[in-house]
Design a protein around this ligand. Structure first.
Ligand SMILES: [Zn+2]
Length: 249
């Protein structure tokens, strides 16, 4: 390719080290670009000029920090990796609902569901029913099945456990999304959901889901009217969905 005509770097006394950096950065951009675009030569030259201007600015930033531009770039990558790992940690591990939050946000919702037992009641072993419901949502198999076992005789323990678990998991997704300022969550339908919930497939706004919890009226999971058995629909599965500023979805 032709060299850029009339390009004069604003960087004074540019060193060969800095020129190497500019060349390497441009080649990296070019390699990425060629995977997606086939630009005519003049447009490519315009782009190259623009890239050189921006790379030169980076070289000047590195100079003023007393660093090699290669080192500055490496530090940036490390910083970004740290940020990505912090975000992954929030997405996967943070805001686990404890009993206190369960009592605050979820108890008022399940209290209104017909097939739930009296939350203020006690089990045969004298334990709080609400606490046992909470324990039945644990991700530890032993703890959850033991708690569900203790609820037998008071309710359809499987339905109570499943319904509460979905409420808790969805609330965790909402908390994590809000902490990361994500606008929406991804809702995925599956064959166990009712017809109404099938229409919710797609992206749902986090704030509406959160407000529904605040009003003790999330759209799902929900009970399905039935005279004799505990029937319910879990609604779509919610997944964390990072924002989409470039409209790539
Ligand atoms: Zn439904």
């Amino acid at each position: 390719m032709k060299p850029i005509e009339n390009y004069t770097s604003k960087v004074l006394n540019i060193t060969s080290h800095e020129l190497d950096y500019r060349e390497k950065t441009w080649l990296q951009i070019l390699q990425q670009l060629e995977k997606y675009l086939d630009l005519p030569n003049d447009e490519l030259l315009t782009l190259k000029r623009q890239c050189f201007i921006e790379i030169d600015q980076l070289i000047e930033i590195a100079r003023s920090a007393g660093k090699s531009p290669f080192v500055l770039e490496q530090e940036k990558v490390e910083e970004q990796n740290k940020e990505i790992s912090r975000i992954r940690d929030v997405e996967n591990n943070e805001f686990i609902i404890g009993f206190e939050e369960f009592n605050k946000y979820i108890a008022p919702i399940i209290k209104k569901v017909k097939f739930f037992p009296d939350l203020a009641g006690k089990t045969f072993l004298g334990k709080s029913i609400l606490e046992k419901i909470y324990q039945s949502t644990s991700s530890e198999y032993y703890e959850s099945s033991e708690a569900a076992g203790e609820l037998l005789g008071f309710c359809d323990a499987l339905a109570v456990q499943g319904f509460s678990k979905v409420l808790k998991n969805n609330l965790e997704i909402i908390f994590r999304s809000r902490a990361l300022n994500y606008d929406s969550v991804k809702a995925i339908g599956h064959r166990n959901i009712c017809k109404v919930c099938t229409n919710l497939d797609g992206y749902l706004p986090v704030e509406s889901l959160w407000i529904a919890y605040m009003l003790n009226a999330p759209l799902f999971p929900h009970a399905i009217p039935s005279d004799d058995e505990a029937r319910w629909c879990p609604g779509p599965t919610l997944l964390i969905a990072p924002n989409d500023p470039f409209g790539l979805r």
